[in-house]
Design a protein around this ligand. Structure first.
Ligand code: GLU
Length: 477
């Protein structure tokens, strides 16, 4: 078998989006599974959409996720350049060849003329409007004249009249398109820059790409690309068009959908773990054989099987995302979780009166339930100030007639030597004295000290709140 070579080909238009990250990931998993190469190519021909730093950002977040390319503009291999804008001379050479062979032609139509013709077609009820081929048969003299006058032109492909393009998609099976449904499309724009469908074919061929995993929005581009492969007489790579990612309402994920965070930068900033994101995204449109859902990157490379890519849209399940992240955090040594959480705590709260040991104990209290670093600021907020608004159940518990009795008694028994053990003894003493036990005792005390009815281990919570704060809060009951 030929050495497997795949590519991820983003346009440098911004941070790494979840859809693109998934595309990159599946290309990576496939390449590594077959011990092949994973190439990053920057498709920067749409100059208006490029953003400053877009390429760096893509590479940065790919690195964060642990999917580093084997070849890229930053570490070129033998198939460079890896930015399309640095390949213009290569495209030009191919364009000349296509024109010479009659596969493509120069089109001098102005955009006004094109618009006018388009309107005419619309008015005539043409459903699939297309270029009218006015420039297909320009005389040699006219072409020479236009050239002398340096008139701007585009280069159009002469779409073969009655061709059929069938290819075997690794996900969808056989897909067929007819050339008669496609008008003569533009290969090279008037500014000399190739269009996506043109450049991608030349690049994939010259970069020896064997397999293309990309989003299903590119399915309808594939016949345009296939006609070029046929004209050049090149071998066609194997395509796999991955299904859409949809939200919980089964709607296509749009970049404006604020119900889901869509950029890797957002996840990183909130303290999600890259390995967990890697794991979660691998399950977006692919599933392993069996029930296991937690896999390390190395395991995923091993078990990845392109035959198990899904044919139906993959739902972005937020609960699953937090579950997967939580599973990874649970497995981490406490010191690492502390390192993950501390910057978030520092940013949100004044830690100056707290020791490192205290911070460690605080994080330990939430270690098992934490799904991402920033979440610690919500979970631990009660240690930094008494909650201002109370949930209904807490209000209820504070209104029980037993609660002030417990609060009062507990103040009396607050130990001078502040340990969890002594706090347990204090609790027993309160129980004996007041004869209040069970839920009224525990929940009453929890509500009185934390303003909540649920939370981590109560004695450890009271311990971490500290004696002064606890007596202050109890005195207010
Ligand atoms: N630059 C294209 C995109 O970002 C790449 C499509 C392809 O993989 O062929 O969608």
């Amino acid at each position: 078998m030929k050495r497997v070579r795949v590519r991820y080909a983003p346009s440098p238009t911004g941070h790494l989006h979840i859809g693109n990250a998934r595309t990159a990931l599946f290309n990576y998993l496939f390449a590594k599974h077959y011990e092949g190469d994973f190439v990053l190519r920057i498709e920067d021909t749409d100059l208006e959409r490029n953003v400053e730093g877009g390429e760096e950002s893509q590479l940065y977040y790919m690195h964060w996720l642990g999917i580093d390319p084997d070849e890229s503009p930053k570490n070129p291999g033998a198939y460079g350049p890896y930015r399309q804008m640095e390949r213009l001379a290569i495209y030009q050479k191919h364009t000349e060849w296509l024109i010479e062979k009659g596969f493509a032609y120069k089109c001098y139509c102005t955009s006004e003329e094109l618009d006018e013709d388009y309107q005419k077609q619309v008015e005539a009820g043409v459903a699939a409007t297309r270029y009218n081929r006015k420039c297909l048969h320009l005389s040699k003299e006219l072409l020479e004249d236009n050239h002398q006058k340096q008139l701007p032109y585009t280069v159009r492909i002469r779409v073969p009249d009655n061709d059929t393009y069938t290819f075997h998609d690794m996900i969808r099976g056989d897909v067929t398109f007819e050339s008669k449904d496609i008008g003569d499309w533009v290969l090279v724009k008037a500014n000399g820059i190739p269009t996506y469908n043109y450049a991608v074919v030349i690049d994939d061929h010259l970069m020896a790409i064997t397999h293309v995993f990309r989003g299903e929005e590119h399915l309808s581009n594939t016949p345009k690309q296939l006609m070029l492969y046929r004209m050049f007489g090149w071998e066609v790579p194997q395509f796999a068009h991955m299904t859409l990612i949809v939200n919980e309402q089964r709607k296509k994920l749009s970049k404006r959908d604020n119900s889901i965070m869509q950029y890797m930068s957002q996840y990183k900033d909130l303290g999600y773990l890259p390995q967990a994101m890697f794991n979660f995204m691998a399950l977006l449109g692919w599933s392993p054989d069996g029930e296991q859902e937690i896999y390390s990157p190395e395991e995923l490379v091993k078990v990845f099987d392109e035959k198990r890519l899904s044919k139906s849209p993959s739902m972005f399940d937020k609960q699953k995302l937090t579950w997967v992240n939580n599973r990874y955090i649970k497995e981490m040594p406490l010191a690492d979780v502390v390192a993950l959480c501390k910057p978030f705590l520092q940013k949100e709260f004044d830690l100056s009166s707290h020791s490192e040991v205290w911070i460690e104990k605080l994080v330990a209290l939430f270690h098992d339930q934490l799904s991402y670093g920033h979440q610690i600021t919500e979970l631990a907020a009660l240690f930094f100030s008494a909650p201002e608004t109370l949930e209904e159940d807490a209000k209820e518990a504070l209104a029980w007639e037993t609660t002030p009795v417990i609060a009062k008694a507990f103040i009396e028994y607050l130990p001078s030597e502040w340990t969890v053990e002594n706090l347990k003894l204090a609790m027993d003493a309160v129980k004996n004295e007041t004869k209040i036990k069970g839920k009224p005792l525990f929940m009453g005390l929890r509500a009185a000290t934390t303003g909540q009815c649920h939370g981590p281990d109560l004695m450890s919570t009271i311990f971490l709140l500290g004696k002064d704060e606890v007596s202050k809060r109890l005195n207010q009951i």
